[in-house]
Design a binder for this molecule. Structure first.
Ligand SMILES: Nc1ncnc2c1ncn2[C@@H]1O[C@H](COP(=O)(O)OP(=O)(O)O)[C@@H](O)[C@H]1O
Ligand SMILES: [Mg+2]
Length: 575
């Protein structure tokens, strides 16, 4: 897991290596300074030799400057390496997510992917920086300072035999308990991001229903959840520092006590006692740093696990080896298709679907909300794979096409569609980046979008704003239809794509489709009977099953659901 993550350091590796090397320079100086100090006290101050004090003092300043220089350079290297590492990791994660199918995204949820791309990567970056800055510094300092203290006074060094094990046990106890707490904290982050995301995307709905107060309260709760989880996790971590301080001071007191006695008895020079205390501080500080590293590893382990989960996720819809099949026509066949969003045969969203649609046919699909209309058509461009059975499009199993080939022939206007920031024209070119102006105008005319686009002062160059906020719902739908038409697909699927369009426009779109797209297989999901009435055949969906197929007149005569829907809409129209 760590290997996979750290392979992302990539070309920043040289900085990650240079950092510890320069840090070693810094540490060596830091460790030598107390020794010089001992000399100054013993041979300079106590002997009254001012010349010696000045000479050694200058040496000490020089050493401090060198140490400072190395420290600064090391800090820079570590920063460059860790920021570069985070960048690489982030792009790699983003690329992976781009390859995800709908069901991969369902599995993680958009919000959790967001947390992983932001918070989790930040945690990992911080840990990485910490590790390259201290992973060498702490042990080198520890060893050096320990050697020095033993050389100065082995008897006094036995103090460590008591303090170090106590400290080690305490740190281990804290760290083992912290991991699950941090994991929990991160799931709370997911929940908060999910709440933020949903609210920002749906801010207009929130306002329309005057739900601001309710949403504020809700958010307050989620944010508080994060706070609690964080406090719960940090509570453990903050224990380390005071405990550490206690150990340091206990040590110092003990050394002053025993060392002082030795000095008074003449067993130890005063200057060495002073440097001994400095070394003790260094030893305990490096122990503290080591424990901080462990802590960072613990905190980041939860994040690294979550990042790896995304990196390891197999996009479940991939091009197969043979992906070379060619489209013969625009026919669609469903053979004994069962489908579950959860790959669970006892929880089917589509059950036993058998269906044959001829090339060039216009098919209407009608059914209550939740009757699996969207689910049915999503299998055609292979947004999801069937759980059982086959979907055959253009003469081949959908799995035998490359995804790109399949989706360029099957255009689907999604129910929840989005436009992106940029001009109208830029958005339309998503359909086919090489489309000529002529082709664009043609598609827009068929989708009844040309006229309203031309009514804007900037026409096709009108800027849409993020998510296409500058156009009305019906206009957006028509732009989405035009975008799909520009692909010149063999099969076009409109999932409730004219719901926000008035009936007159709806009917002229259908007329244009009939005239200009006679050879294109067209599937129209709609709520209004009037939208599907003229279709060659109409499919009535009910609770994941096909309840009936036929022309408007046949269904009116034989299908209860269809007749009831028709009658209620007729009544509505008469009222
Ligand atoms: N991404 C999803 N994950 C899990 N269940 C889903 C998902 N999308 C839809 N469903 C469920 O599948 C059923 C059919 O949904 P859908 O095909 O969207 O219905 P329709 O388009 O007819 O309104 C519903 O019960 C819905 O809750
Ligand atoms: Mg739907």
């Amino acid at each position: 897991m760590y290997k996979k993550i750290f392979s992302h350091v990539g070309k920043y590796k040289k900085y990650a290596i240079l950092a510890p090397i320069t840090i070693t320079g810094e540490v060596v100086m830091e460790v030598l300074i107390p020794l010089v100090m001992a000399q100054i006290i013993n041979n300079g101050i106590l002997e009254g030799n001012i010349g010696y004090v000045v000479k050694m003092g200058l040496l000490m300043i020089l050493m401090a400057t060198v140490s400072l220089f190395f420290g600064a350079v090391a800090g820079r290297f570590a920063a460059v390496a860790s920021v570069g590492f985070a960048k690489n990791l982030r792009s790699s994660l983003f690329k992976k997510v781009q390859d995800f199918s709908f069901s991969n995204i369902d599995k993680f949820s958009t919000a959790s992917l967001l947390t992983r791309l932001t918070t989790d990567i930040n945690n990992t970056q911080n840990a990485f920086m910490m590790i390259i800055r201290t992973a060498f510094r702490a042990p080198i300092m520890l060893v050096f300072a320990l050697v020095m203290t033993i050389r100065i006074n082995p008897k006094l060094s036995t103090v460590f035999l008591v303090v170090v094990p106590v400290l080690a046990i305490a740190i281990i106890l804290v760290l083992t308990n912290a991991h699950p707490r941090f994991l929990k904290m991160l799931t709370k982050y997911d929940a908060m991001n999910s709440s933020v995301q949903e609210n920002l995307v749906g801010i207009r709905v929130v306002k329309a229903f005057v739900r601001e107060d309710h949403e504020k309260k809700d958010f307050e709760k989620t944010a508080d959840g994060v706070r609690k989880a964080q406090v719960f996790a940090e509570k453990l971590i903050i224990l380390v520092s005071p405990f550490m301080q206690m150990c340091i001071y206990t040590c110092i007191v003990a050394i002053l006590w025993f060392g002082g006695k030795m000095a008074i008895n003449g067993d130890m020079e005063i200057g060495y006692l002073a440097s001994f205390i400095t070394y003790v501080t260094q030893i305990l500080m490096s122990l503290m740093m080591l424990s901080m590293i462990f802590m960072m590893i613990i905190i980041s382990r939860a994040s690294i696990e979550r990042i790896c989960e995304v990196l390891d996720e197999e996009p479940d819809i991939k091009d197969s080896e043979k992906s070379s099949a060619e489209f013969a026509d625009g026919s669609i066949i469903f053979e004994n298709v069962n489908f579950s969003y959860f790959k669970d045969k006892n929880n089917l969203a589509l059950e036993n679907i058998n269906l044959k649609i001829n090339s060039g046919e216009t098919i209407g699909i009608i059914g209550g909300t939740g009757s699996s209309k969207t689910t049915l058509v999503q299998l055609i461009p292979r947004l999801y794979d069937t759980t059982e059975g086959n979907v055959i499009v253009g003469g081949n199993n959908v799995k035998d096409y490359s995804i790109e080939a399949l989706r360029s022939e099957v255009a689907m206007v999604l129910q929840k569609n989005v436009l992106f920031s940029g001009t109208i024209k830029e958005n339309l070119l998503w359909g086919d980046e090489n489309a000529t102006d002529e082709e664009i105008y043609d598609a827009c005319k068929s989708a009844c979008a040309h006229d309203f686009i031309m009514s804007f002062p900037d026409g096709y160059e009108t800027n849409l704003g993020q998510g296409g906020v500058n156009v009305s719902g019906g206009q957006k739908q028509r732009l989405c239809i035009a975008r799909a038409l520009i692909k010149k697909p063999r099969i076009i699927i409109l999932d409730d794509s004219t719901s926000a369009v008035d009936t007159a426009t709806d009917s002229s779109i259908r007329k244009a489709f009939r005239e200009k797209l006679a050879d294109t297989t067209t599937l129209i999901i709609a709520q209004r009977i009037s939208s599907v009435k003229d279709a060659d055949r109409i499919i009535v969906m009910d609770d994941g099953k096909i309840d009936g197929i036929g022309t408007h007149d046949e269904l009116l005569a034989n299908n209860t659901i269809y007749r009831e829907v028709y009658e209620s809409q007729q009544k509505g129209a008469e009222d």
